[in-house]
Design a protein around this ligand. Structure first.
Ligand code: FAD
Length: 399
């Protein structure tokens, strides 16, 4: 069997490895647009913050791919899929035949359509090349503006501040990481990052990037100008679905797949951020890897099904532990909070119908696994509710 995996990000690389392990006689090709060997995208923030090296990010060295018999084709963007012929066509016009095709093309970072958004010095935050551009800019020092105060924006800001830049985050909402944190946890995080020299303009929106390279600035909607030799846009992602769309596959926000990660064409699978399952797209690496395992099993003829779980995310490199999972908005939910100002510890749990549906942990995230299990299993917490906020040790005592 010839299997072609398009995209050598975490999902594509994992799927290729599992296929090669399960189908020893098969011809598995992994074609990626990036020039690098498959690497840990999540760890780019550690690279930017000086806590990892480029070599340390590589997850699949060439020797490993070769020993599995995987044909790795870096710098090979696929330009089209010819479903009738069962071939993918590279940007250079080479035709790669397949019996099964796995789309693992991930997402692209969104560039805001603002005046000046294409000027040199305005970068996105998605891949190794983006980090190289940021590191080069940081060497020259000066001011950086990060547009977007979500998880990625904060990690970019921390990295650039660590590299000596004066950093301002412009964020449209009144507190950072609003999709993962409630306002109280957001306020603690704002204060903590402020102590590291990171400034915030929020709620605020950017209307333009202006000026010559030496006097570049970001203009906000209230007219304020923030100097910015470097502008990082971290405002969201868009699934890479052009290939699938042009090949006539059904697309929602991403490629529509069933529980086995199969598209409407039984020969074509989609996994990771370019897939849409049950009307939802994922934006985290753990479910992307699970989907890769499921697709590999399905392709090798095993019954396999992917089921979504609660999203959990942790902020890295900020010097403070921040984690959240499940629901964040407290509309109609019961809320238990535990707060220790002096120790900068905060815990907020959301309950519905006697079950934990969301948790935010700030300052101490040691119990994250415990709360994630409760959210995922939908177990009743009625029997130990009074001890719940204090963590598993107290829950065991109360039980
Ligand atoms: C800086 C940063 C920090 C992150 N931190 C976290 C975190 O802490 N926790 C977490 O869960 N997630 C995090 N994420 C998100 C996580 O990286 C993604 O969810 C994960 O990478 C998705 O994997 P994927 O394989 O689906 O897609 P991608 O990683 O986007 O990989 C897709 C690959 O396909 C390639 N490609 C695209 N089109 C083509 C084509 N036509 N031909 C060939 N190749 C193509 C792309 O170049 C890319 O290499 C972070 C992301 C970034 C950028």
């Amino acid at each position: 069997m010839r299997v072609l995996v398009i995209g050598a990000g975490p999902a594509g690389a994992r799927c290729a490895v599992r296929l090669a392990e399960r189908l020893p006689g098969a011809l598995v090709t992994l074609a990626g647009a990036e020039a690098a060997l498959p690497y840990d995208r999540v760890a780019l923030s550690r690279l930017l913050a000086g806590a990892a090296t480029i070599e340390g990010l590589i997850t699949h060295p060439l020797a490993m791919l070769r020993s599995l018999g995987i044909r790795y084709r870096p710098a090979t963007p696929i330009a089209a899929i010819d479903r009738a012929a069962g071939e993918a066509v590279t940007a250079r016009g080479e035709r790669l035949p397949y019996d099964r095709l796995v789309l693992a093309s991930g997402s692209t970072a969104i560039r805001l359509p603002l005046p000046g958004a294409d000027l040199p010095g305005v970068v996105l935050y998605r891949d190794m090349e983006d980090v190289r551009l940021m590191l080069r800019a940081a060497q020259r020092g000066g001011h950086a503006v990060v547009i977007g105060g979500g998880l990625l924006g904060l990690e970019a800001a921390v990295g650039l501040a660590h590299r000596g830049m004066t950093v301002t985050i412009v964020h449209a909402v009144g507190w950072p990481m609003e999709r993962q944190l409630d306002p109280a946890a957001g306020a603690l995080l704002t204060r903590r990052l402020g102590m590291r020299g990171i400034r915030f303009a929020m709620p605020a929106s950017t209307v333009a990037v202006e000026g010559e390279a030496a006097a570049r600035a970001v203009r906000l909607s209230d007219g304020a100008l923030i100097p910015a030799e470097l502008v990082v846009m971290a405002v969201g992602i868009r699934p890479n679905v052009a290939l699938a769309r042009e090949a006539g596959l059904p697309i929602g926000r991403a490629v529509t797949v069933d529980d086995a990660m199969r598209s409407a064409d039984p020969a074509i699978y989609a996994i990771g951020e370019c897939a849409e399952h049950g009307g939802r797209c994922i934006g985290l690496v753990a479910p992307a890897l699970e989907q890769a395992e499921v697709a590999a099993r399905a392709i090798t003829g095993e019954a396999a099904a992917w089921a979504p779980r609660a999203d959990a995310a942790a902020l890295k490199v900020s010097g403070t532990a921040v984690w959240s999972a499940g629901e964040i908005a407290d509309d109609g939910a019961e809320c238990i909070t535990l707060r220790d100002e002096a120790e900068e510890r905060y815990r907020r749990l959301l309950l519905r119908d006697g079950r934990l549906v969301g948790a935010v942990l700030y300052g101490d995230t040691a119990d994250a696994g415990f709360y994630l299990d409760l959210i995922t299993s939908r177990r009743s917490v009625a029997g130990f509710r009074a001890a719940l906020a204090f963590g598993p040790a107290f829950v065991r005592e109360a039980a």
